[in-house]
Design a protein around this ligand. Structure first.
Ligand code: EPZ
Length: 417
């Protein structure tokens, strides 16, 4: 196991290059299954979730090769439709391979997916959407077996705007016969990016980014070269790092429009933020409580920045209420923040936080990806020495996290224990 050793309490100054979005790259890798031709993904981050997804592609018979930041995929000889259980259990996003594997091979077999332990994370909307497209699905012994001779377009209404279910249905519908309409679709920027990728392959996807997505099925999709959008959650993580530690940062390859809800909150806290082209500048001094933060589907406040915002609220002047509306158990970082001197009470989906002047260094443990990032920010801002253990969670979603933090003045190093 590895941990960070962090000596906190210093302001952060400098530039940070934001990676391509984990939650955009993962569905693009699933979409690569849809063609026998070559696919190239530029600026592909070598984070654990991406490497795990690449391993799944290899198990399906795809040839993959990293050349610097370019990931090259060749699916000419792919023929296996079974996603290995060990890999499927590693992460949630394995489940949206179902749509593209069925569209390519007319069948698919996958173990129930794993991923961050942040809630029940059902896949009922994925499966009901695929059934609407004509897929027969058997669930037995922890495995999901899917088969479909011919995918047919359908009208699909999602009970909630699930990101993964929207993506899974898109990935199957692009090669279904006829028209598919997805209503109450997720509107995240990663959905728009997936639609852009699919359309560049020859698909006909309209309306991504809105609540209604219309897909006219096509018989064949060709190869593609593509550069994914930047990671709005990584960008938000560094903006919150600035707000917690003070100083001035310039984020490069960052899109302020995709995190407008966070930027609005940070301006309420009294950060000075402005954006120009693909850069975001932030200057932070005082920290006034944002009073209330409620997570909701895009364009609302992202649940993937809730843990980081909770850490920031711990050292804001005044009281803050944070409400987590999407996942049932996404407050695992709270007991660890309390060990650092935070004053937080959790009741159900709400965390009631009374700001303290500063946090104190402590040995803390990350229970999930974004909680790990939040605890790292807390340690970088805290007085004294901290350790943050089990970096495997952070490594799933952040490329070179400690290098980027060190590059802007944090005293942080990774050690094996
Ligand atoms: C995606 O997960 C992201 N992961 C998550 O990011 C993100 O937190 C989440 O969307 C919400 O924005 C990837 O894109 C790989 P959902 P996903 O389906 O697709 C309920 C990170 O840290 N639901 O939109 O699993 C579900 O219980 C990760 O990068 C059903 O009820 O999220 C939840 O309450 C964590 N039935 C809500 O929808 C279903 O079939 C949102 O889940 C599916 C979901």
């Amino acid at each position: 196991m590895e941990k960070y050793i962090i000596e906190g309490g210093r302001p952060l100054y400098g530039e940070v290059e934001i990676q391509s979005a984990k939650n955009a790259v993962l569905p693009l890798l699933a979409a690569a299954v849809l063609t026998e031709q070559k696919v190239v993904i530029h600026k592909c981050p070598r984070i654990a979730d991406v490497l795990n997804m690449v391993q799944i592609l290899c198990e399906l018979g795809f040839r993959t090769r990293f050349e610097g930041e370019e990931l090259k995929i060749d699916g000419a000889d792919a023929a296996n439709h079974e996603i290995p259980a060990a890999l499927a259990k590693e992460m949630r996003s394995s489940v949206f391979m179902l749509g593209s594997v069925i569209a390519r091979f007319k069948k698919a077999r996958i173990a129930y997916p794993g991923g961050c332990d942040i809630g029940l994370r059902p896949i009922d909307l994925h499966l009901s959407g695929l059934r609407r497209l004509g897929v027969t699905i058997d669930e037995d012994g922890g495995y999901i077996d899917c088969a479909c001779e011919k995918l047919r377009g359908a009208e699909i209404l999602l009970d909630c705007p699930s990101v993964g279910a929207t993506e899974n249905i898109m990935l199957a519908a692009v090669k279904a016969e006829g028209r598919t309409v997805i209503r109450n679709a997720a509107k995240e920027p990663e959905i728009v990016d997936l639609a852009g990728f699919l359309n560049k392959m020859g698909a006909k996807v309209r309306g991504a980014g809105g609540a209604v997505i219309t897909i006219e099925g096509v018989s064949k999709l060709h190869g593609v070269e593509y550069t994914p959008i930047s990671d709005r959650i990584e960008a938000g993580t560094f903006l919150i790092a600035s707000a917690m530690c003070g100083g001035e940062l310039e984020l490069k390859n960052a899109d302020a429009d995709n995190i407008a809800s966070l930027i609005h909150k940070l301006c309420e806290i009294s950060c000075k933020i402005y954006a120009e082209d693909d850069k975001i500048y932030i200057q932070s001094k005082r920290r006034i409580s944002p009073k209330l933060v409620e997570t909701s589907p895009y364009p609302g406040f992202p649940t993937d920045l809730q843990a980081q915002m909770t850490a920031l609220a711990c050292i804001c002047e005044g009281a803050t209420v944070i409400v987590e509306n999407l996942f049932e158990t996404r407050f695992k970082h709270v007991p660890e923040l309390i060990r650092m001197g935070a004053d937080i009470t959790v009741r159900g989906r709400s965390a009631f936080i009374r700001g303290v002047k500063t946090l104190k260094g402590a040995d803390v443990f990350a229970g999930d990806l974004r909680g790990g990032a939040a605890l790292t920010l807390a340690a970088v801002s805290a007085e004294g020495l901290s350790t943050v253990a089990d970096l495997s969670h952070i490594d799933r979603g952040y490329s070179g996290f400690e290098y980027k933090l060190r590059g802007i003045g944090a005293r942080i190093r990774r050690v094996r224990i």
